[in-house]
Design a protein around this ligand. Structure first.
Ligand SMILES: NC(=O)c1ccc[n+]([C@@H]2O[C@H](COP(=O)([O-])OP(=O)(O)OC[C@H]3O[C@@H](n4cnc5c(N)ncnc54)[C@H](OP(=O)(O)O)[C@@H]3O)[C@@H](O)[C@H]2O)c1
Length: 311
């Protein structure tokens, strides 16, 4: 299944500008609804509430057509914080009920029991239907379920041909237990579209601050992108569509690509109909296995250096 991610809406991180926030974002939501997209993901921190406001306004009286997901960043150690923020998100979205309310990032300083108590209160009050987590390890996901006393429907994590960690245990857990992995950055933040090179990197802090877009990583990704291109040409599809089709070829995985235009949204929705053969899936997986981007402290040090040089 392919949904719509909306970090891009009203947020400076992507550098898409005012026309995008004021006009294009709403057109993306409306077109998504017309095309039958029924999962939309946002968060209180995207554009400091702007993304939620834009999504809510664009949904208008079509709210019932989608499964609406948003997220809270649990910074204060009380159930009341989560409860209050859930109500505020519902207000910005202009809805009575949030279909999926997710903990955006684990915060080890805030007891999971408090976070889940906040979620339970929202469920009891009818403000939240399903509870989810994001960026949680399997151990934390299960601890959240224990604390909630009922299923935590989903874990939203980075998953794509350039980010494969969830293969190890999150996806098997979701498949075995009727849960979902919601794949964020399923296009590697656009890297898998093949339009970026080390001499033509994207702009905007969201990507410039990500080690994936260090020039040497963009270069290292080229063999993988070539493999994606080869499959794309066999299907008269684009590399981005193949990258999405690979993600959703996994059971119990929902992809939520963002889009910088209505055309991209349309292409992403069409990727749901792209049927890759098992040989193609295997060849993409092999090419992905061979991509080993430098990560960890060293990579972030390089990002910090690059940021310092830009200032
Ligand atoms: N839970 C979390 O911590 C977390 C973290 C990150 C994201 N998310 C969620 O996941 C969503 C998606 O992740 P993401 O936005 O980081 O990455 P993504 O979906 O992998 O990449 C989105 C970007 O790829 C490019 N793109 C999209 N469709 C394309 C197409 N058909 N052809 C070519 N390029 C295309 C666009 O950028 P350009 O056109 O500018 O290249 C677009 O902004 C977010 O919107 C957000 O809702 C959640």
């Amino acid at each position: 299944m392919i949904g719509l991610g909306t970090w891009q809406f009203g947020s400076k991180d992507w550098g898409y500008g005012a026309q995008y926030a004021d006009v294009e974002a709403a057109r993306i939501v409306e077109r998504a609804l017309d095309l039958g997209v029924n999962v939309i993901d946002t968060a209180e921190i995207y554009g400091r509430g702007n993304s939620e406001r834009i999504v809510g306004k664009a949904l208008g009286d079509r709210r019932k057509e989608v499964f609406l997901a948003t997220k809270v960043l649990p910074v204060a150690p009380t159930a009341g914080y989560v409860e209050q923020h859930g109500r505020k998100s519902a207000g910005r979205l202009g809805v009575d009920v949030i279909d999926l309310y997710q903990i955006h990032w684990p915060n080890p300083v805030v007891p999971i029991a408090q976070q889940m108590e906040g979620m339970r209160r929202l469920q009891r009050a009818g403000v939240v239907t399903e509870v989810g987590v994001s960026n949680f390890s399997l151990a934390r996901w299960r601890a959240a379920e224990d604390a909630l006393g009922s299923p935590v429907l989903s874990d939203q994590v980075q998953y794509s041909l350039v980010a494969r960690k969830p293969d190890a245990d999150l996806i098997p857990y979701a498949q075995a237990n009727d849960r979902l992995v919601i794949a964020y950055s399923p296009l590697g933040m656009g890297l898998l579209s093949g339009r970026y090179t080390s001499s033509n990197p994207p702009t905007g802090s969201a990507r410039l601050n990500n080690p994936l877009f260090l020039p040497e990583n963009i270069d290292r990704a080229q063999p993988l992108i070539d493999a994606v291109r080869a499959v794309a040409s066999a299907h008269d599809a684009t590399p981005a569509q193949v990258a999405l089709a690979w993600v959703i070829s996994h059971d119990n995985v929902v992809a939520i690509p963002g889009a910088s235009s209505v055309e991209q949204l349309e292409a992403n929705v069409a990727a749901a109909d792209l049927e890759l053969t098992s040989d193609e899936i295997a060849s993409l997986t092999r090419a992905s296995d061979a991509f080993t981007p430098p990560s960890g402290v060293g990579a972030y040090a390089k990002v910090a250096k690059r940021r310092a040089l830009r200032q």
